[in-house]
Design a protein. Structure first.
Length: 437
């Protein structure tokens, strides 16, 4: 009996050992795949968008570590082939960058640049990973070096202005406005240069990084295949506004529109404002000139809160959520909640849908906000407009005591406004609807 018991225990131990061995073999077999998936962490949002199969896609996008490191080991074994060694370092750096290891990636890109000092793509990728590390001045130096080696490298020319804008914003946030201005002025020059590089690259048939070796996440991502570099042009507009040259930015925009339009295009004259809006603007300007408006002791008796929803970007849940926040932040204040939309389905019963005729007229983007000021939109009295993605974190009642004819937000301090001072942000507006008629 005792011998049988020992035999059963021994059999159980052997079974456990076998199970552990099987589990260990499975873990070892799956390790390269897991490393590949980890190295491709940067592309996971794209994988989710495509619905699919991260393992298959990751293995295709980023090779396993052992597979990627093999060419590097082979190249290092032959010191005479510096070009092959540089490219092996760069590809291994790309793998590290995609795997979320920017410092390791930078060391590989620097090794590639040392192995082949004429390798412009290595210096460009150094700039890209320095941007991820928020070392913007260092990134600009690398992009300049890449352009010195390959003047028609479109990615480096465009990303140089991005690095300079980021460096300026970093200094501006630290309170060094003078140094920030120098970076912004450099960004203006770099953006013009990038637009010229794009045109020259198209004419000369050269100018892109070699064989797709530029690390994907570091490009601005919108380089046009034609002679117009839209990313560089956007950078130019931002830089011009940051140095206070808004009129120049407007002129450059119209010049770009003309260059992309059929022959014979001429800039149309400014459209005159509707009379009721002109009267409203005159009233606002006269009130501003006479000093800040006083604040009333209590909120207005009648208040309308309005929002605008068009297209498919924001669903009805955004409107319903905004209504719930307003109700919490206006305790004891009766209000009407109106939503200008062409798709009222799904709105809660407390939300009053209003027609949005401009949507059917082909208007796009934030131009549809202009419907708020149309006499036919159905808004009357004191009106508070809020963007659908607004998050309310405090009491709105003090805001409603403002008695001026119109109020909106200053762009100062808004990171989304790219540091532009003196502008406005229309995510919140407060005015007297109907008074302008």
């Amino acid at each position: 009996m005792s011998l049988s018991l020992h035999a059963l225990r021994l059999a159980g131990c052997l079974s456990a050992v076998a199970s552990c061995a099987l589990l260990l073999r499975r873990l070892l077999a799956s390790r390269p795949r897991r490393l590949a998936e980890r190295s491709c962490a940067a592309c996971r949002p794209t994988l989710r968008e495509h619905g699919g199969e991260p393992r298959k896609r990751c293995v295709r996008t980023a090779p396993p570590v052992a597979e990627a490191a093999a060419p590097l080991a082979t190249a290092q074994a032959d010191p005479s082939d510096a070009r092959a060694r540089a490219r092996a370092h760069l590809r291994f750096g790309n793998l590290c960058a995609r795997g979320g290891r920017p410092e390791k990636a930078l060391s590989q890109y620097l090794a590639a640049a040392r192995a082949d000092p004429a390798y412009a793509t290595a210096r460009h990728n150094c700039g890209g990973v320095c941007q991820r590390l928020r070392r913007f001045a260092e990134a600009a130096e690398h992009y300049e070096a890449a352009l010195a080696l390959k003047p028609r490298l479109v990615e480096a020319a465009t990303n140089l202005a991005v690095a300079q804008l980021n460096a300026g914003a970093q200094l501006s946030a630290a309170g060094d406005a003078a140094s920030a201005g120098e970076w912004y002025r450099s960004a203006v020059e770099s953006a013009y240069r990038a637009m010229g590089v794009q045109a020259g690259a198209v004419e000369g048939g050269a100018g892109r990084a070699e064989g797709g070796e530029t690390q994907d996440g570091f490009d601005s991502g919108g380089f046009n295949s034609g002679g117009f570099n839209s990313e560089a042009f956007a950078n130019l507009n931002v830089a011009l506004r940051l140095v206070g040259e808004r009129e120049r930015a407007v002129r450059e925009t119209w010049a770009a529109v003309a260059s992309l339009s059929p022959a014979g295009f001429t800039r149309p004259p400014p459209a005159p404002a509707p009379p009721h809006l002109s009267r409203c603007l005159s009233r606002c300007l006269s009130c501003s000139a006479s000093g800040p408006p006083s604040s009333g002791p209590t909120p207005p008796a009648a208040l309308t809160v309005a929002c605008v929803k068009w297209g498919d970007k924001y669903g009805p849940e955004y409107v319903n959520r905004l209504y719930a926040m307003v109700a919490r932040r206006l305790p004891g204040v009766p209000f009407r909640f109106a939503c200008l939309t062409e798709q009222p389905r799904g709105l809660r019963r407390e939300v009053e849908p209003l027609p949005l005729p401009a949507a059917s007229a082909g208007w796009r983007g934030w131009w549809l906000k202009a419907c708020l000021f149309a006499p036919c939109c159905g808004l009357e009295g004191r009106t508070l407009y809020l963007d659908l993605d607004t998050v309310l974190v405090g009491d709105l009642r003090p805001l409603l005591r403002y008695s001026g004819p119109f109020a909106t937000l200053s762009a100062a301090g808004f990171s989304a406004e790219e540091g532009v001072a003196g502008g406005y942000n229309s995510s919140l507006m407060l005015w007297e609807a109907g008074a302008e008629e």
